[in-house]
Design a protein around this ligand. Structure first.
Ligand code: SME
Length: 157
């Protein structure tokens, strides 16, 4: 049974209050999200470490690919377009990167800095087909925006 979203949101905001370090925030969010919902089989972040390149960050679950160029995968599509990718069937997504053969559906949300540039993406994989909906996407987009707000201003300073 998934944790009610308000409870999950409250836990994450309480645990990350006052924190601006990117890795500390990502590690905490990946842990809390991953253990909050049986749909989530891989939960983690990819960070933009060079122009056009994503490198793995904190994650929970089995092995994750270490690097993803912007022109590949669901993560690359989110980083390139700056748009959330809600994929009901990964087999039908051109260029999907299968880090785990068991993945059936995926949700990838880009994180934007104060200047609107993508600095990372949150990637959630599910072994269930069509596991995510627009409510999941909107709630997580808002939560990430709130949690990383302090980090964005720290990045600018
Ligand atoms: N499936 C992703 C790659 C990362 S793994 O899921 C952890 C993609 O297509 O970009």
């Amino acid at each position: 049974m998934p944790l009610p979203f308000d409870e999950l949101r409250g836990r994450i905001l309480a645990l990350t209050e006052g924190e601006t370090d990117e890795i500390a925030l990502m590690a905490t969010i990946a842990c809390e999200l991953h253990h909050s919902d049986d749909r989530f089989d891989w939960t983690g972040f990819y960070r933009v470490t060079a122009p056009g390149l994503l490198k793995i960050g904190p994650y929970q679950g089995g092995h994750g690919c270490l690097t993803i160029p912007f022109d590949r995968g669901v993560c690359g599509a989110a980083a390139r377009s700056g748009e959330t990718q809600l994929v009901a069937d990964v087999e039908a997504f051109p260029g999907h990167i299968a880090c785990a053969a068991s993945t059936r559906s995926e949700l990838v949300i880009p994180l934007h800095d104060a200047d609107g540039r993508v600095f990372a993406v949150l990637d959630i994989d599910s072994d269930q087909p069509d596991a995510f909906d627009h409510t999941d996407a909107e709630r997580l987009e808002t939560l990430l925006g709130t949690v990383f707000a302090g980090h964005q201003s720290a990045r600018r300073a």
